[in-house]
Design a protein. Structure first.
Ligand SMILES: *[C@@H]1O[C@H](CO)[C@@H](O)[C@H](O)[C@H]1NC(C)=O
Ligand SMILES: *[C@@H]1O[C@H](CO)[C@@H](O)[C@H](O)[C@H]1NC(C)=O
Ligand SMILES: *[C@@H]1O[C@H](CO)[C@@H](O)[C@H](O)[C@H]1NC(C)=O
Ligand SMILES: *[C@@H]1O[C@H](CO)[C@@H](O)[C@H](O)[C@H]1NC(C)=O
Ligand SMILES: *[C@@H]1O[C@H](CO)[C@@H](O)[C@H](O)[C@H]1NC(C)=O
Ligand SMILES: *[C@@H]1O[C@H](CO)[C@@H](O)[C@H](O)[C@H]1NC(C)=O
Ligand SMILES: *[C@@H]1O[C@H](CO)[C@@H](O)[C@H](O)[C@H]1NC(C)=O
Length: 913
């Protein structure tokens, strides 16, 4: 055989290759964003540069080990209020997969990790959050095209600049991914997993002719396929698999699987985009040779959904043979963010369960778009070559085109068109007269010709600018019928005839100078002309005032997004109330000369006191071993405590600096602080329940939001103090810095309370992101019941809660950090939510941390989950069968040990005064 066979094989391979590269892949569009030229990649996909788009800037990037040409460039856009859209031609009534990927690669040399939104036409698709410059973020959506084009837009830059690496469009065949909801919902792909994969590489084109990406179950990432049951075996086959039905998964995916040798398969994973309603399907094919007497029967078990566990899977029977696809699933199922699932064999089955692949997508409600969408589309279609007409997407959603303003209706209407000086030629587009809610129309400074159309279809018009064009014909009488028209500018056109008296008699600003053949009309004489001009001038003054205020108001409404974030004027008072400067004399009086010591530790000794007004206080005298270090800590603690101002933590009242003493004054709490409840002596007999902790977190978070201003005021006070001090101790400080060199940062960190943002030590600037860090630490404390800093509790070489928790959470081991005193009285989903958010909060770089409002949202979601579980548990209690099912889920035990989730009243009450 030898050579002949070899040549045959060689020829075969050649043909195959030929097939791949030459195959017209109908409907595939692959944009290499920022790229320069067409190319075909190793998979046989043909990439084209995205140079059709006139916006954005291209940049080269370089990421270690990333050699694919489409990931050598990006296109990025300004971080402004606009949206930047790609328009892709599609075939109406065809289903597509669209995939956008993002590899940051530090294209702007800024290391500011971008965060922005991506939308599909008017529908919000996802928020892209970059958290690693070298990792590709990817989003996939499955949709039914309802038109001949779709647009994908980037907008709402929260940090950094929006950018994109690739945009891929893949059509499906026949009824793949048909759902009864496809006219109202997109499918946002959350997971598509190939079990028993050969290696970590995903399976995609050409193995999958539709180029779906089937992620390997071997990939390691946070909370992805953890809690795998022992005895989970990986199996594979070379035999062909018949997959030609339903979603037609690729054969290569179906040729591998996992089998639960001990009778079960278990997994837990995060589902991005969830909780929500989704589409979830499982792909099975019997690929193991079983003896004639052997059977494989199993059930899916989902925590909290016992009714879904009834159906028994018998792959061979359901698929009518081995090596054939069986694809059961749920067309509409409610799924959590943290999904735990299990396949367990039935008692009469000899073999454990087997699974080849799963796929889960979330239903995303399709936005109806703007009310004026069709009119606007028709309007811009007349000016295809002009840049303002190429902004793409919906005119108002998610943000308006740069030359439009829209109202805030759920189906927004266009209220202002500003096309001054845009080189418009031809007639005034009649589409404009169909914008029923239009209030302002600016078309001045163009080269428009022809008559003024009838604007009575826009009854809300107030301002019309048509000056400096070449408009001709008579002034239409209908202009006078627009009830609220207050300004009409017609100067320097070629208008003719007479100005209708109905218009002249209307109370409006009217200017028609510079129209040689336009006359004022016959019914008025010199006298009335004066009146008119007088009227006009009077009205101008009146309306200018009125309009300015209206415009300002409207602007505020529409562009509230662009306003400074912390415009909370109420807060300036709170600032002065929050931190007071006490005299040593006052404090001596209050504490009866520091007679009653109530505690020590945390860099000082605490004394009980009572102010003249009866308020009870705790006075903490900081230990000063070393002037500089002590002051620095003092600064930290003052600023920090004034930030963590909350009744459940401890209320910081003020400070005192006299006679070389640094003193902090807190409200005295009879019931102890949160700290004591969590890990003080009281903790043992009355632990704080999880839902209560969440509520504390929510309130504290709100407190944080309110206190931004307060904080900055205190700090300014403090910094001026510190400056004086620094001058006094200049030599000392100079020496310290010289000795410490660059390592001074870590030496200071060692001496602090553990809540402070590492970035703060470098920049010495406190920002709202510093607060987020501190708050993340508090969340970790609430989860774990551990103090932020401990010499013993976090293992060797780790004194800090952040590092400790991060390691556990990233390994999917959340149990390892949960406060044992919580017992089983929490829901693992709400715990995961908070744990993940906490980790985001303590990211080393401020720009990667979430905003406080996002954190609050997450806490509120977690509280909702807890409440739902609590209710479900109440309902379940009498139901022995479901109880049994739930208890069977091991760590996912949702029962509350028969106790009520009652709240500890004394704890909710504000500290006694
Ligand atoms: C690149 O590919 C596109 C789409 O296939 C084609 O229209 C275009 O002409 C190609 N450009 C070059 C320079 O080959
Ligand atoms: C790049 O690839 C080489 C060889 O496979 C590997 O040793 C190295 O760790 C990789 N580097 C990164 C940053 O992934
Ligand atoms: C912009 O993004 C921020 C943060 O992700 C979000 O809170 C806000 O609602 C978004 N704005 C719009 C208009 O979508
Ligand atoms: C799509 O369907 C057509 C006709 O049914 C078939 O010829 C074609 O090969 C299919 N394409 C793919 C990628 O399966
Ligand atoms: C799924 O089911 C829920 C509850 O029954 C329903 O509200 C929803 O409209 C259904 N469809 C989708 C796509 O969510
Ligand atoms: C208008 O057209 C002129 C001449 O073609 C050109 O120089 C100018 O840049 C254009 N202005 C705008 C706003 O497009
Ligand atoms: C009318 O417009 C002309 C030219 O734009 C201007 O010079 C004049 O001041 C305006 N008249 C009034 C009353 O506003």
């Amino acid at each position: 055989m030898g050579t002949d066979c070899f040549f045959l094989l060689f020829f075969f391979v050649l043909v195959l290759n030929f097939d791949i590269t030459q195959a017209q892949i109908p409907g595939f569009i692959s944009f290499d964003c920022g790229g320069q030229s067409n190319f075909t990649d190793d998979l046989g996909l043909e990439w084209t540069p995205d140079n059709q788009i006139i916006y954005g800037i291209t940049s080269k990037i370089s990421v270690t080990n990333e050699t694919r040409q489409q990931y050598q460039t990006v296109r990025y856009f300004p971080a402004d209020n606009r949206k930047y859209c790609y328009t892709l031609n599609v075939k109406s009534r065809t289903r597509y997969l669209i995939r956008a990927t993002f590899l940051y690669g530090n294209f702007d040399n800024n290391n500011v990790y971008p965060k922005f939104d991506i939308s599909m036409g008017p529908t919000r698709w996802a928020t892209i959050v970059i958290s690693d410059a070298n990792i590709i973020e990817s989003q996939e959506l499955i949709f039914l095209a309802s038109d001949s084009a779709v647009s994908v837009c980037l907008s709402n830059a929260t940090t950094g600049q929006p950018f994109i690496s690739t945009l891929e469009l893949r059509p499906f065949n026949g009824s793949i991914y048909l759902t009864p909801f496809e006219n109202q919902f997109f499918l946002g792909v959350s997971a598509r997993i190939n079990f028993g994969a050969e290696n970590e590489d995903p399976v995609r084109y050409p193995d999958d002719p539709f180029d779906r990406i089937w992620q390997s179950d071997l990939v390691k990432k946070a909370n992805y396929l953890v809690d795998v049951a022992p005895g989970t075996d990986r199996i594979s086959t070379k035999s062909p698999i018949d997959t030609r039905k339903d979603e037609q998964p690729p054969e290569k995916v179906m040729q591998t699987a996992v089998v639960g040798r001990t009778g079960m398969l278990t997994y837990r994973m995060n589902l991005d985009g969830f909780p929500g309603f989704g589409w979830a399907y499982t792909y099975f094919a019997e690929i193991e040779d079983m003896g004639p007497t052997e059977t494989r029967k199993f059930r899916l078990v989902l925590p909290g959904a016992p009714e879904l566990s009834k159906a028994v899977v018998n792959i061979q029977e359901n698929a009518q043979g081995t090596h054939r696809l069986y694809e059961p699933g749920y067309e509409n199922i409610s799924l959590p963010f943290v999904l735990s699932f299990k396949f367990g064999k039935t008692s009469d089955s000899t073999q454990g369960p087997l699974v080849n692949a799963i796929e889960i997508s979330k239903y995303l409600k399709i936005s109806d778009g703007s009310f004026d969408g069709a009119v606007a589309a028709s309007l811009v279609s007349g000016y295809k070559s002009l840049d303002w007409a190429q902004e793409g997407g919906d005119p108002c959603l998610p943000v308006a085109w740069s030359w439009l303003e829209c109202n805030l209706d759920s189906e927004p209407k266009i209220i202002s068109v500003k096309l001054s000086g845009k080189n418009l030629t031809g007639r005034i587009p009649s589409d404009l007269t169909k914008l029923n809610s239009l209030e302002q129309l600016w078309l001045d400074g163009n080269a428009l010709t022809g008559p003024i159309p009838d604007f009575t279809g826009c009854p809300n018009l107030k301002i019309i600018h048509l000056e400096n064009n070449q408009l001709s014909g008579d002034l239409p009488l209908s202009l006078a019928d627009i009830p609220n028209l207050s300004q009409l500018y017609l100067q320097n056109n070629l208008l003719t005839g007479e100005v209708p008296s109905s218009l002249l008699n209307k109370n409006l600003v009217l200017n028609y100078t510079g129209n040689a053949n336009l006359n004022k009309g016959s019914n008025g004489g010199r006298q009335s002309r004066n009146i008119i001009i007088g009227l006009v001038i009077g009205a101008t003054a009146l309306f200018l005032g009125f309009l300015t205020s209206c415009l300002l108001l409207r602007r505020r409404k529409i562009y509230s997004k662009t306003e400074p974030k912390h415009s909370m004027p109420v807060m300036s008072n709170a600032a002065t109330e929050t931190a007071q400067s006490f005299t040593l004399f006052e404090l001596r009086n209050a504490t009866k000369n520091f007679a009653n010591k109530v505690g020590s530790g945390g860099y000082g000794t605490v004394y009980y006191g009572k102010l003249n007004d009866g308020k009870e206080i705790a006075v903490k005298i900081l230990e000063n071993n070393n002037v500089y270090q002590g002051k620095k800590e003092f600064a930290n603690e003052v600023s920090l405590l004034s930030r963590i101002h909350h009744r459940n933590l401890v209320q910081f009242l003020g400070f005192c600096q006299e006679e070389g003493k640094d003193i902090l004054v807190y409200e005295f709490m009879h019931n102890g602080t949160l700290k004591e409840h969590l890990y003080g002596p009281k903790a043992r007999d009355r632990g704080v329940k999880w839902i209560k902790r969440l509520e504390i977190a929510e309130e504290s978070a709100k407190g944080f939001m309110l206190l931004f201003y307060a904080t900055y005021t205190i700090l300014n006070k403090f910094h001026s103090f510190e400056e004086g001090l620094i001058k006094k101790n200049q030599d000392l400080i100079a020496n310290r810095y010289a000795n410490l060199g660059t390592s001074h940062v870590s030496s200071i960190v060692r001496g602090t309370v553990g809540y402070l943002d590492p970035e703060y030590y470098i920049s010495n600037r406190l920002t709202d992101k510093t607060d987020i860090y501190s708050f993340g630490v508090i969340l970790l404390e609430l989860i774990s019941g551990q103090e932020a800093i401990s010499n013993e509790n976090f293992g060797i070489n780790c004194r800090n809660i952040v590092q400790w928790a991060k390691t556990h959470i990233e390994n999917g081991d959340i149990q390892g950090i949960i406060d044992p005193s919580l017992g089983n009285e929490y829901d693992i989903q709400s715990m995961w939510k908070i744990a993940e958010k906490a980790l985001m909060c303590v990211q080393p770089h401020g720009n990667m941390r979430p905003s406080m409002s996002e954190v609050i949202k997450e806490i509120q979601d977690a509280i909702l989950i807890e409440k739902e579980v609590e209710m479900a548990a109440r309902e379940c209690r009498s139901d022995e069968i479901s109880r049994h099912l739930i208890l069977n889920m091991g760590s996912l035990d949702l029962m509350s040990n028969g106790q009520d989730f009652s709240m500890d009243e004394s704890f909710t009450r504000p500290g006694a005064r």
